[in-house]
Unconditional design. Structure first.
Length: 178
């Protein structure tokens, strides 16, 4: 399945799930007309786009309270995490959390752990993808590791250091140069 179609299918599934849990019979008494969903990165990024789509579908389905995306960028997502952790626990503040908030704790960048948040719903899953130019001499991870072990040329990697994708690079590095 092409990545574009996989993304669309994942987004549709997440929206359908979100719609299924917004029924009036399951609605708690929340003291605000609009609940804010903190997305701890700037507008236009992947997390923002995904959650804006979900919020749009949930609001069109008549969720009470309505949801509003509030971007709180800064500190690699930690500024938004801190704000969400300090919010009153009344249901009026939600947090679009993912693994970066957890890895930031383990790397000493933040003192908030997963215990600061109550999971409400998992609405997305982010795959870790290792990609390369179409003209590379390898087509899969086994071939990449074999090529790297030959050390016949240099291979360069880029990743966002504070999230789970860096774990893939560390595993490959350990495989090849341990």
């Amino acid at each position: 399945m092409p990545i574009k179609n996989l993304f669309k299918a994942s987004l549709a599934g997440a929206a359908l799930f979100a719609l299924s849990v917004t029924g009036a019979s399951a609605a708690p008494d929340i003291p605000c007309g609009t609940a804010k969903l903190i997305v701890p990165w700037g507008a236009g990024g992947g997390t923002d786009i995904i959650f804006r789509q979900i919020v749009d579908k949930v609001n069109k389905n008549g969720a009470k309270p309505q949801l509003q995306v509030v971007n709180v960028g800064g500190q690699g997502g930690n500024k938004g995490a801190k704000q969400a952790a300090k919010a009153k626990p009344d249901g009026c503040t939600l947090f679009a959390i993912h693994q970066s908030a957890i890895t930031s704790y383990f790397t000493g960048r933040i003192d908030i752990t997963w215990d600061a948040f109550e999971p409400v719903s998992m609405v997305t899953s982010t795959p870790s993808i290792i990609g390369a130019n179409v003209n590379t001499p390898f087509n899969n991870l086994t071939d990449l590791v074999a090529a790297a072990k030959k050390k016949s040329r240099n291979y360069y990697c880029w990743w966002n250091f504070w999230v789970n994708k860096s774990i893939c690079v560390f595993i490959i590095r350990r495989c090849c140069w341990s």
